[in-house]
Design a protein around this ligand. Structure first.
Ligand code: UT7
Length: 363
């Protein structure tokens, strides 16, 4: 009998500080009108805590939703490109926080598609009997790596985290078809100079980043990759766009989402969007979107959900999930982030100051 990897828990964590288009217009040569008309984005969140804290809150909420004790988790796949640590990895820190002593713990970076690539990895391990369950995270803290003087990119991104719990099941549900790919020849259209070991000892102050970013080329490649992957994933199950109850695409730009929906033949009424409120949270966008879609009652029991995405690399993919019977959490938790005393603009100013003035050495 086949084993499947049912999605039994879902949880998100958005930092409370809101950075509006008006806030950005006060710092950069931009306007609410430009940002809204070109991207759909109206506001985004800025973290006052570490990514590890956001991921922990999201994970505990997903575990409560599945009624799975943290100590029983067998695998953590931590999808991110904004690592706070590379050695030790982020997943081992989360293992400690949720008390899953001894479980397998790995980080996975394919930029904005990291959560979905992680969903593929974890689902395969469950279906092959390597583990019985998994916690899959998409979390990003982009704000420290942002060049807050560059209007081309500063208006596009935000911070956030979300997680899902997968559990082995005899029911044919969870991730049932996907297509993964990458346009490696186009990898230089998105490069963050200063984010990674290659820049060490080359005269660049740690944390000082500049973005090499060809927005129009990314736009074209994103539409192409997501459309082709969506068609391929549907074909693998013999389905068409008419079978998709809801698409939850990567949220980078409303115009990209509209172009992909049009090519795929899915009306916008069956496409979930929250890019207006959060901007592009990289790997966190799809799991946050999935959580909110379920919370808002837009995912019905047994629904086919299509999740196309793209990211730096330029990676692309589409995942076709069959939702199970349950669309409500089994439990909840009181866990939350500590309150935030500062505004989003103040948080950004602190980030900018850290880029020119080295932080004091840690005790
Ligand atoms: O996960 C990967 C993340 N990357 C993406 O998702 C990027 C995908 N690309 C896009 O979303 C769009 O290409 C952008 C939103 C980045 C740009 O939209 P566009 O319609 O392709 O604009 P454009 O590149 O044609 O730029 C038009 C103008 C330029 O001025 P000039 O050269 O025509 O004088 C830019 O300098 O808009 C200018 N511009 C801005 N103006 C006001 C660029 N950013 C801004 C800004 N405010 N924030």
């Amino acid at each position: 009998m086949s084993t499947y990897a049912a999605i039994t828990g879902w949880g998100k964590c958005l930092p409370p500080a809101v950075l509006s288009n008006q806030d950005l217009a006060g710092m950069l040569d931009t306007s609410d009108e430009w940002i809204t008309s070109r991207t759909g984005i109206r506001e985004r969140r800025i973290a006052h805590v570490t990514m590890a804290e956001m991921a922990h809150v999201a994970a505990e909420r997903a575990l409560a939703c599945a009624a799975l004790p943290g100590r029983d988790v067998e695998l953590i796949v931590f999808g991110t490109c904004s690592f706070e640590d590379q050695v030790p990895n982020m997943a081992s820190g989360l293992q400690q926080r949720i008390g899953a002593a001894g479980c397998a713990a790995m980080d996975l970076n394919t930029a904005c598609t990291s959560f979905l690539y992680g969903l593929s990895a974890a689902t395969s391990m469950i279906r092959n009997g390597v583990v019985k369950n998994a916690l899959v995270i998409g979390a990003e803290i982009i704000s420290p790596y942002m060049d807050w003087t560059d209007r081309n990119v500063a208006v596009l991104f935000g911070d956030g985290a979300a997680a899902v719990v997968l559990q082995a099941s005899a029911n044919e549900e969870g991730l049932l078809a996907e297509k993964l790919g990458c346009f490696g020849e186009a990898r230089e259209i998105l490069r963050i100079h200063g984010m990674g070991g290659a820049y060490a000892n080359r005269g660049q102050l740690y944390g000082l980043t500049s973005w090499q970013f060809d927005g129009q080329e990314i736009f074209k490649r994103a539409v192409l990759g997501m459309s082709e992957a969506s068609a391929a994933a549907l074909a693998r199950r013999g389905l068409t766009a008419a079978d998709v109850q809801l698409a939850v695409p990567h949220q980078a730009n409303l115009r990209i989402i509209e172009a992909v929906a049009k090519r795929a033949g899915i009306p916008m009424a069956r496409v979930f969007t929250n890019v207006q409120r959060y901007g592009n949270m990289s790997s966190a966008t799809v799991p946050v979107g999935l959580c909110e879609a379920v919370e808002e009652g837009r995912v019905e029991p047994g629904a086919w959900v299509l999740m196309p995405a793209f990211g730096g690399g330029l990676t692309w993919c589409a995942h076709l999930v069959r939702w199970g019977d349950r669309v409500t959490p089994l439990g909840t938790t009181d866990i939350d982030l500590p309150p935030c005393e500062r505004s989003a603009v103040e948080l950004i100013r602190e980030v900018a100051a850290r880029k020119t003035t080295p932080a004091p050495a840690r005790a």
